[in-house]
Design a protein around this ligand. Sequence first.
Ligand code: SF4
Length: 398
Amino acid sequence: MATFSISRIGSYENCPLQYKYRYVDRIKMEAEDTIETFLGSRVHESLEKLYRDKQYEKLISEEELLSFFNQIWEENWKDSVVIVKKDYSPENFRRLGERQLSDYYKRHQPFDEGRIMGLETMSLLPLDKQRQYLFHVRIDRLMYMGDGLYEVHDYKTGSSLMDQESLDKDKQLAMYSLWVKEQFKDFKKARLVWHFLNFDKEMESFRTDEELEELRQDVLWQIKDIEAAEDFPSQVSRFCDWCLYKPICPEWKHEAGLEEKQANEYLNDPGLKLVDEYVRIKEELKEFEREAGENLAKIEEALIDFCKRKDVSTVFGSEKKVSVSQSKISSFPGKSSEQRQELEQELRKMGKWDEVAGVDVHTLKDILKNKKWNQEDLDLLRTYVQEKTRYRFSLKNK
Ligand code: SF4
């Protein structure tokens, strides 16, 4: 029997290597909370208390809610909590939590819409008939609104707001609502509700029964694909800064080792030296290519001049010879140039725009070459033709 959660699936989507460390190799890392998860836990616990008390017909005040939040913040705080965003202190995050709760309280008091059916529920949703695959369900708050309507509420304390399109595709709450549907015989519909506390914003989404069954199958297939995976490539992203496996990950392990070294040891690190040398040579190569390109262009100019003055097309060196050939090329003004705008206006005036709009300059060249328009229009079109001479240099053995 395999049990999967949305975070387990998310871990694979985010970085297969992280998934392998955690769920295949089961490597245990000393898990220090980041300040974001610490804040999230304290806000969730505070809202759980608010609604738990409400279940017992006790409405706590905003001040009591904030005082509870500050109390559990102090009780749980450890200096080992990791702060990735170095510009902000724990105090900034604590005040952020206060603001989120205060805004939420003002917006939703007196909290008596619907009946509270569950807080921080924990259960398992079978994904297949044999119950071999189970999905973890953990609902922040489940409400019954009457007439078969249930609400699945989720609190988000992070600094990003999801757009409606993403919410309409979100798997987590939709899967939870599937569990609700199977638990309650009077279920007709679920309203999925996200509280983006940092933005004091509530957003919602709905799913049809067909969409929910389709999702169940999709998640089941996704889990089977994950189980069948043999390669677990690393996927570097901004989430690496929050990844517990960063110190052992091949993408970052060398950097972690460097950070532990003293200044003199650091500069003598063989990997660091190799990369610095690699960068130096690449830069030298770039500079060499730039200079060589400039010199080559000068020599080509001198060869053209030599051929014109001596009336020759091949110039001999001590071991090789260079043949210089020339051809005329015609083009029309480039897309963003002013002349291109003028040309397009003229074509419109001539009533020819539909004939050439959206086509490339080859069509215009074909019109000129095969005289497809009247002489007057062709003459006007010709004024936009830009003639250039192209030289070709071929180096050959003598
Ligand atoms: S540090 Fe980044 S790349 Fe490495 S395992 Fe973690 S998420 Fe993947």
